[in-house]
Structures are given as C-alpha cells and as structure tokens.
Design a protein around this ligand. Structure first.
Ligand SMILES: *[C@@H]1O[C@H](CO)[C@@H](O)[C@H](O)[C@H]1NC(C)=O
Ligand SMILES: *[C@@H]1O[C@H](CO)[C@@H](O)[C@H](O)[C@H]1NC(C)=O
Ligand SMILES: *[C@@H]1O[C@H](CO)[C@@H](O)[C@H](O)[C@H]1NC(C)=O
Ligand SMILES: *[C@@H]1O[C@H](CO)[C@@H](O)[C@H](O)[C@H]1NC(C)=O
Ligand SMILES: *[C@@H]1O[C@H](CO)[C@@H](O)[C@H](O)[C@H]1NC(C)=O
Length: 498
C-alpha cells in the first residue's frame, strides 16, 4: 500500500505548470502542418514506410534504457506507431508473414495499481478506490489501418519515452517513481532534455497537473499523456491543425513500466532540480507565509495548516501566535540560532507559491501527506517536522515510516527529518469522511484525522532543530541520542520512538 496519495490543488497545478507549455505547443503545431500522404492503401500493397517526408517536430533525444535506475523496466521498439493507446509495430522481425518472426515483446502494466482519480484530493479514502491498469494492447501493423499516418508511416527521429508507474494519481509516488529517476539519468548524462517524455495514464485519463510540473525540468518538450501523444487528433491531415506536432510514428521508442520500485535516492536531487527550474517564475505567497528577515540567527519555521476535508492542523493560528510571541526558548549556547519566527501556509494550491514559501524556511511543519514533499526542494540542512495524526503511526507504523523517515537516509540526510506521532486522543478529531463512514479502512481514517498540536510540543521539537543549527553532523548526533522522533502522549510527554 502506498501512502501520501493526497493530490492537492491539481487543477491549479495543471494551470500553473502547463499553461505556457500548451500555448507553445499550439504554436509549434501550427508551424508543423504536416506533409499529407495519400490515404487509402491498396489492399495488396505491402506496408512500406516513406522516409522522404517529415511530419514531426525534431527532437534531440538521448535516453539510455540500460542506466541502472531504469534497467529491466524498459523495452525499446523500432519502427513503431502509437494509435489511440495501442502500440503498432512495423518491425518485420515481428511480422506474422515472416516465417521466422518473433512475438512482439510486451510490457506488462496490468499488475500496476492506482487510486481513483475522481476525487478533488486523494481518491484512496473512498471504498473500492483501487484499480489496476488494463493490459497495454500490442499488435503488428496490417491492411486495416484506419489512419493515413499509419497506412503510410513516416518514422520520426524524435524518441519518445513513455512511462507507466504505480500510484500515478499521487504526488509523492510520482516524485519518487518518475521525477527522481529522470533527475538521476539527466545528471549522469543518460537523458537529454531533447527527449520527449510521456506518461501512461489509466484508460485515457489526462495527466494530473503535477506530472508536467515535476517532469518539465528534464525536457524542453511538453510532457504529454500517452493518450494525447497517441491520439488521432495528432495525425497530420490536410487543412487540419494537429493537436501536437510530434507525429505518432517513431524510428525508436522506449516504453517503461515502473512497478513497485521507486527511486528514493533521487528525491533530494529532483526536488532541487525542480526548484532551480522554476526559481525565476515563483509566485508571491500570501503575506502570512513571508518571513520578514533573512537573518541567519533566526530559525524560520513555516507551518502547513492544510485546508481541506482531511488532516488539517486545527490550532495553527494559536501556534503561529505563540511561536512569534514566546520569549523563553531554550537554545544551547553553542547554537548560532538565537531567535525563532513562525509563518503559515496551506500548501498545495499552486506549486509556484509552495516553492516560494518553503524555500526561505529552515523548518517545514506539516501533517503527513504530499505537502511534506516540499521538504526536498528546501535548502540543504533544512528540516521537516512530520506530524502523524492520532493512531496513524500506532496502527500503521510500517506504512507511515516507509516514506519520509526512510527517504531521509537514502538522501543522505541532506535535509533532516523529525517526526511526532500524536498519541493523545484529546488532540484528534475525525475527518468528515470518518464521521460519514465514507471509507472502509481504519488506517486511512487514522491518517486523515485532524490534529491539534500543543505549542509546548512544537516548542520542544523546534528547540531540537535549533540545537542542530542546520548542521548535518549535529543532526546525526541527535539521531544517535534518539532526540528526533517522538510520540506525544496524554499529559504532554514526548517519548522517543525507538
Ligand atoms: C518521396 O519520394 C518519392 C520518390 O522519390 C516522390 O515521388 C514523392 O513525391 C516524395 N514524397 C514527398 C512527400 O516528398
Ligand atoms: C543533440 O544532443 C547532443 C548530446 O546531448 C549534442 O551533442 C548535440 O549538439 C545536440 N544537437 C542539436 C542539434 O541540438
Ligand atoms: C524475420 O524475423 C527475424 C527475427 O526472428 C528477423 O531477424 C528477420 O530479419 C526477419 N525477416 C525479414 C525478412 O524481415
Ligand atoms: C538543454 O540541454 C542543452 C544541452 O545540455 C542546454 O544547452 C540547454 O540549456 C538545455 N535547455 C534547457 C531549457 O534546459
Ligand atoms: C480554505 O479553503 C476555503 C475554500 O477553498 C477558502 O474559502 C478559505 O479561504 C480557505 N482558508 C484558508 C485559511 O486558507
């Protein structure tokens, strides 16, 4: 089971990330009105590709399917077209009329799961919300091609990489399954930014807005769903503007399926690449999220209070007020942190605001969920204090700890993880979903509860962070001393989780 499947503000994200790209795409499409090849192939004529015409925008693609982060997950096809979600091969090695032909190698996607994409946020909290992809259809080209571009294919030099991934509607998984892989390959020179990246969605759905957002740093082309890439609206036709300019037939195409294997070691790198890519386009966060100082002696804390149907931090106003007025911080004399300032935001509506809000902060305080992924885009040495609603960690510790605390080690503690499991029922309220019995899974109910955080507990957590003073070595000492991950018990005791 996957966690932090929350998808917040995807409509906003989609607009933010792809608006400009779509405009560019339409402009390109206008310029790439294709050479039209005669329709209506004769039945007795063998299928032969034209090589003297181009119907596509050039791409300068480099993608090495043997790189270790994708090895075993990708298959490479030559002379292949995509048509309405189908893979149509023209490689004679697979032709039924070739006496020694082989069957087309297929990639298996029907063992991959996703949570329902119909919800405004995370669809997994509904009953029967889990689905499997249907098998990907492969066939050899024949006489019955309906579209002119498949009757007379012109194979493009552009090389698409089409990727299917588990939990495709969930931000955190997409970051660790897809963006972190692309970052590692680009870093190692095995993926050029001229490569066309495309994502297989379940049964023709469009992409969540966060997918183009997180993959755009790795390609100069728009990130397209496989449905859009393979659509007949993209087929060149006379007096017709193609929905994208790349064509649907390729000299080489790579298809990849990432089943259960995320690539968490790339999360920090991907988060940093995303920040670098968008840093000149960031949008002004709301005034309550903006620090009024760059003073390095100030510990800058941003509290994500969320603002949705689940997992809200209920008393954030009080926390911000107390944090900014409290005078009794216990900071060790050797720490260069002398003061603390708290700001607040509801992360998720606009990724360009999220990045702008978290990047200046030293500490992100957030309830377990996709908002925590902003941690990977913070400056090295920054911290996440991850709050877990009542009984979530108790009932599902393996589940919840498989994510951020485990990632922390894989990214070599470039950013620091602190955890607080709320184990006091007085600090918890059921979500509306739990009250209405909308779900079926007690662990998901627990994950989605609203939380009250006493200032005294926040204060002690922040004092630990301040003591480590953005230093990895000091943070590792705190880990050694088990002063980074606690349960908050009734009465206010912070008990180290060992
Ligand atoms: C392709 O080449 C053939 C033969 O050289 C020619 O008859 C045909 O017009 C060309 N097609 C295009 C679209 O340029
Ligand atoms: C294509 O990419 C390769 C390697 O990334 C580079 O050496 C070459 O100059 C590029 N060509 C064009 C036309 O951009
Ligand atoms: C027939 O298929 C084999 C693969 O088994 C391939 O090596 C060969 O080139 C194909 N023959 C023709 C005529 O395309
Ligand atoms: C794409 O890669 C080329 C070659 O590495 C680089 O010169 C160019 O700036 C990159 N373009 C973008 C938009 O990142
Ligand atoms: C919470 O969301 C609602 C509806 O989207 C909005 O009207 C309200 O202003 C938000 N509140 C905060 C504190 O962001």
């Amino acid at each position: 089971m996957a966690t932090f499947r929350t998808v917040r503000g995807q409509e906003e994200a989609k607009r933010a990330a792809t608006g400009a790209v779509r405009v560019a795409l339409l402009l390109m499409a206008g310029g790439a009105l294709a050479v039209i090849l005669a329709a209506g192939a004769k039945h007795n004529k063998s299928l032969r590709a034209s090589t003297n015409a181009t119907s596509s925008t050039p791409c300068n693609s480099t993608f090495d399917p043997t790189h270790y982060v994708v090895r075993g997950s990708c298959k490479t096809y030559h002379k292949v077209c995509f048509d309405q979600g189908h893979i149509v091969s023209y490689d004679s090695a697979f032709s039924p009329s070739n006496a020694t032909s082989l069957s087309i190698p297929e990639i298996k996607i029907d063992d991959m799961q996703y949570a329902w994409g119909g919800a405004e946020d995370n669809g997994d909290k509904y009953r029967r919300a889990y689905f499997h992809y249907k098998p990907l259809p492969f066939r050899y080209a024949g006489q019955l091609e309906e579209s002119p571009d498949l009757q007379h294919p012109v194979f493009s030099d552009c090389t698409p990489v089409v990727m299917w991934s588990m939990w495709i509607h969930n931000y955190g998984e997409c970051l660790s399954f897809l963006a972190s892989r692309m970052w590692q390959m680009a870093t190692d020179g095995m993926l050029s930014n001229g490569t066309l990246l495309s994502i297989g969605t379940p049964a023709g759905e469009r992409l969540r807005g966060f997918l183009p957002f997180m993959l755009q740093p790795f390609t100069v082309h728009p990130v397209l769903s496989f449905a859009e890439l393979s659509s007949r609206t993209a087929a060149p036709r006379e007096n017709h503007r193609s929905s994208h300019p790349y064509g649907r037939c390729w000299k080489t195409a790579h298809l990849c399926a990432f089943h259960r294997s995320d690539f968490v070691a790339g999360l920090f790198g991907a988060g940093q690449a995303i920040y670098e890519h968008y840093k000149t386009q960031l949008r002004e966060p709301p005034p309550g999220a903006v620090f009024d100082t760059e003073d390095e002696h100030m510990l800058k804390v941003i509290i994500d209070h969320r603002n949705g149907s689940t997992r809200n931090l209920l008393n954030w106003q009080e926390l911000v007020h107390e944090c900014n007025s409290f005078a009794g911080w216990t900071l060790p004399p050797n720490s260069f942190i002398k003061r603390v300032q708290c700001r607040h935001i509801s992360l998720g509506n606009d990724p360009l605001i999220n990045l702008a809000a978290v990047r200046p902060a030293d500490v992100l305080v957030a309830v377990h969920g996709s908002g925590c992924n902003n941690w990977f885009s913070m400056k090295e040495g920054s911290s996440l204090i991850e709050l877990r609603p009542f009984q979530f960690a108790k009932n599902a510790r393996d589940w919840v700890n498989r994510y951020f605390p485990a990632h922390a080690g894989h990214i070599k503690h470039k950013v620091h993880w602190y955890g607080l499991d709320i184990e006091d029922p007085a600090l918890s309220q059921p979500s509306q979903f739990e009250q209405d019995h909308m779900g079926a899974d007690l662990k998901i109910y627990a994950r989605d509860r609203h939380t009250t955080l006493p200032f005294s507990a926040l204060r002690r957590m922040l004092e630990h962070v301040a003591a480590s003073g953005r230093s990895r070595d000091e943070y590792l000492k705190l880990r050694q001393a088990q002063q980074y991950y606690f349960e908050l018990l009734p009465g206010g005791e912070l008990k180290p989780v060992t």
